[in-house]
Structure formats: C-alpha cells, structure tokens
Design a protein around this ligand. Structure first.
Ligand SMILES: [Zn+2]
Length: 480
C-alpha cells in the first residue's frame, strides 16, 4: 500500500494570502544593508492595506536551486504572479512583467521556502514546558528564517486546529501548517496533554475517525503502541483517508510498522539498521523524517559553544529570557549520569547520521525535520541547522535542500503544489546570499522571504521586547 496518495492536499484548497505582512509590533530597526532598503521598497505594495491579489514579483540575478535536485541555473530569474510561480529561466529567456517588485539576488541564490516536517508549536524553549500564548513569536521566527511549511507532529488538537485555520484564512501570518493533532499512544502516555491514549484496539478506530473529522493531515502513532495496535492504526487511517507517521521509541517494532504500511518514521533510526530493514522501507515506500538536530540537542554537542545563539535567526526572534534559561541549562555542571547519557546520545547521533546517508543512498524518501523546540533547537533556525547536519551526514547540499523542499512536499502528497521552483508552484521562495549548493551554511544568510508571491517584511517579524507581553513558560507536557 502506498500511503502518500491517501493524503489530501490541504494546500491546494488554500487561497493565496493577500498582503501577508505581520502587523507592526516593534520599533524600526536600523536597516543593515542596501539590499534591505531595496526590499523595503519592493514590498511596499504588499501591505495589509492592499487586499488585492499579490502583484508580480521577480527574483533576478540569482542562482536558481529548484528544490528538486536539478543542476542550479546561474544568472536566473524567477517570476511569480497571483501567488504562483509563472516563469523560471535564464535572464535572457524570461520577461519580467512591468511593475513587478524586483528582488535582486545580486548573484546569490533563490530556492523554495524551506519546510520543517517535525515541529511542535507549543511554545517554550526546552521541549517540555509550554508557552502557547506566545504563538506569534514562533510563527514569526519560522517565517523570518524562510520556513514556509511545517508539519506539527503532536499538539493540543483545538490549539493547532485554530493556528492552522487562521493561517489558512490569511488572518494570522505563519507558514503553511500540516498537523497530526494529538499523539496516539498506549494506556500510559508519555506526553499526556498532547495525547489520545488507548486501552484497547477499538479506541484506535474512534480516535482516527475523530481526528479525520477534525481535519488532521496525518495520524501520529507513539511509543506505547505495540505492533498490533500500529497495524490497527494504519488500517483505521486507511479507512478515514489518513496516513500514519510513527515514533515507536528505541524499542519499537519498526519492521512490523513498515510492513503495516506507515507513511514515515518520525525520526531517523538511531540504532542498528539492517540492510533488510532499509530494503523493506524502499519496498513499502516508507519515508524517514530526519530530526538530527534533536539528537544533537540531547547530546548537548551544540551547547559546548554558545556562540551560535548570536546568530540573527535566533537572536532576532527569541525572547531574551528564553536565551537566559538556555544558557543556564547549557552551563550548569552535569552529574556523571547526565554526562554518560549525553555521551550515549552523541553515539546515537553518529549512528543516525550514518543511517540517514544509507537511507538516502538506497532511495528512501528522506525528509528534513528538527523536532523543535528543544534546548538548542529553535523554530526557524533549526531547519538550517538540520541542513548542516544532513551535509555532515554525507548528503550533498542539494540533497539536503531537497529533503527540506520537494521531499517534504512528497511526504504530504503535495509535490504538485509547493516545494519546488517551477511554473505553477506556490511562490514560496527563499533568497540568500552565496550559493547553498556549494556551502550549505549559505541558507542562513537570508536576503528575502517570499510567501505566496508576497515579499515578507522580515523586520516586522523580529522579536520586540518593548511590545511583547513577556509571557513565561508554564507546566510540562511530559509525564513525570
Ligand atoms: Zn516530536
């Protein structure tokens, strides 16, 4: 059974968002470069006052990275109109419409907006506490970093439903959201507030039916499910038209889950992985979401040098008190047990990297995701880190980018809608300095983010302590 075809393409029913620009909530920042000034002028027509369809926008003087792994085109132009890409090619071949807003890439690159296909948009910074009232911060952080699509892999159902619906309606700036809603776990859930728990197989069909009615995009099976229950979940999902993505923990029976027909593993395998298991994934079309960034977080590897917190994608979008808490977390002295645990997880990270390379080489659909937020894994910046880790794992930069563009869209059966630069596709674009096809770190050096044909005003997406209510995190979604 090839599960992806069962999945509805949410995005196709979605109208372009007119004049998508975040309401002003911060003091004007000094404009750092001439490029930004040009952009401010370029995006002037696209404001919340202008409710018409997005004007034409053209990215010029760019190396085009199509998101499908194609050979980059230097000296390229991408034209979008009405929220969709209408022309792609060499400057000599593509006519730029009169009156189009021009984003001059100045020899940099244009690529599809990035997708992070494993996030939990519940606020907080540590992966456990929540800060739902601060949703604007992380939606802004995602857009600011050029993330135009996310898959929320577990959340409080009505909360994520509303986030998705308001973004879809164009009333809330944010990336395109796919969602699992709550995890479906066994009788003793690991994350009670974001879980539907299951005492018996009959409950699984009821959960699947309810979640389908609620409009989720996939079911997320969790670690307390045994092989039989995973099988029931896949069957119930098929009945209601939903694929199943699983995180069965380190002791889960993934071979049975692959056999049952799950769409994807929510994390890259971080333990022993036989060639026969990889072959089974290829045979059944099972994808793997990567989430190397979260393993790096638990290994505390990234926390050895906190200089990365100065990166604008983090510093400009994160409440300072989150950064203070993270610094405290990173610098406190660890018990021997904690040190051993971190070292053990670093081994898992290395194994997961090896496995991602093997999966990619074998033809498994490898999809970038981060599991943000966790300590050191940020909404938005996290996917740029994931791309770097995928390259460290041995993928080429183009393969890594494709994992966060075309492959992400394929996971959601939406590759005819977004995730590539080609005529007809949604005009979600990331313009950067440098060439990420040669240096993956260049994806961070952002010139412009274009969402459905509108150049976003990224200065409006930065965090402003002056205007932020200062909400703090509460509670824990993890069971004690
Ligand atoms: Zn997760």
């Amino acid at each position: 059974m090839t599960m992806p075809t069962l999945l509805r393409s949410r995005a196709t029913a979605r109208p372009p968002v007119p004049g998508q620009t975040a309401p002003a909530h911060g003091p004007p920042l000094p404009l750092g470069t001439a490029v930004l000034i040009l952009l401010a002028a370029a995006c002037a027509p696209a404001t919340v006052d202008d409710q018409g369809p997005p004007a034409a926008v053209a990215v010029t003087n760019a190396t085009i990275i199509d998101g499908m792994g194609g050979t980059p085109i230097t000296g390229g132009v991408v034209v979008a109109e009405g929220g969709r890409i209408v022309a792609v090619g060499l400057a000599a071949e593509v006519a730029v419409p009169d009156g189009a807003a021009i984003v001059d890439a100045a020899g940099g690159a244009v690529m599809p907006g990035l997708a992070d296909m494993h996030v939990h948009m519940v606020g907080g910074w540590d992966g456990v506490s929540t800060e739902m009232l601060g949703y604007r911060r992380y939606l802004n952080a995602l857009l600011h970093a050029g993330v135009t699509t996310v898959f929320d892999a577990g959340n409080v159902l009505p909360f994520i439903q509303q986030i998705q619906a308001e973004i879809e309606a164009g009333r809330l700036p944010g990336p395109r959201v796919y969602m699992a809603g709550p995890l479906i776990d066994g009788p003793v859930p690991i994350w009670p507030p974001i879980t539907y728990f299951t005492f018996e197989a009959s409950a699984i069909w009821r959960h699947a039916t309810q979640l389908a009615a609620a409009g989720v995009d996939a079911l997320k099976g969790y670690a307390g499910l045994d092989a039989e229950m995973v099988d029931s979940l896949v069957q119930a999902g098929a009945d209601v038209g939903l694929p199943v993505i699983v995180d069965l923990g380190s002791r889960g029976d993934y071979a049975a889950a692959v056999e049952a027909g799950v769409l994807a593993r929510a994390h890259a395998p971080s333990g022993p992985l036989g060639d026969d298991e990889i072959a089974a994934m290829v045979e059944h079309g099972t994808a793997s979401i990567t989430t190397l960034a979260v393993l790096e977080s638990f290994a505390r590897r990234r926390l050895d040098d906190l200089a990365f917190l100065e990166h604008p994608l983090i510093a400009a979008t994160t409440p300072p008190w989150f950064l203070d808490a993270l610094r405290e977390h990173a610098t406190r002295s660890l018990s021997d047990q904690e040190k051993e645990r971190a070292a053990a997880i670093e081994e898992l990270l290395m194994t997961a990297m090896t496995n991602v390379k093997r999966l990619s080489d074998a033809g498994v659909l490898v999809v970038a995701g981060t599991d943000a937020p966790y300590p050191g894994v940020f909404q938005g910046e996290g996917i740029h880190r994931e791309l770097e880790l995928l390259v460290e794992a041995g993928l080429t930069p183009l393969q890594a980018i494709t994992a966060a563009t075309r492959n992400a869209a394929r996971l959601m059966d939406a590759s005819d809608e977004w995730g590539a630069i080609a005529p007809g596709m949604a005009a979600d674009l990331l313009v950067v300095r440098g060439n990420p096809a040669e240096d993956i770190g260049a994806t961070r050096d952002i010139v412009a983010v274009i969402q459905r044909g509108v150049v976003l005003d990224r200065l409006q997406l930065v965090f402003s302590a002056q205007d932020d209510p200062g909400f703090r995190t509460v509670g824990s979604v993890a069971a004690n």
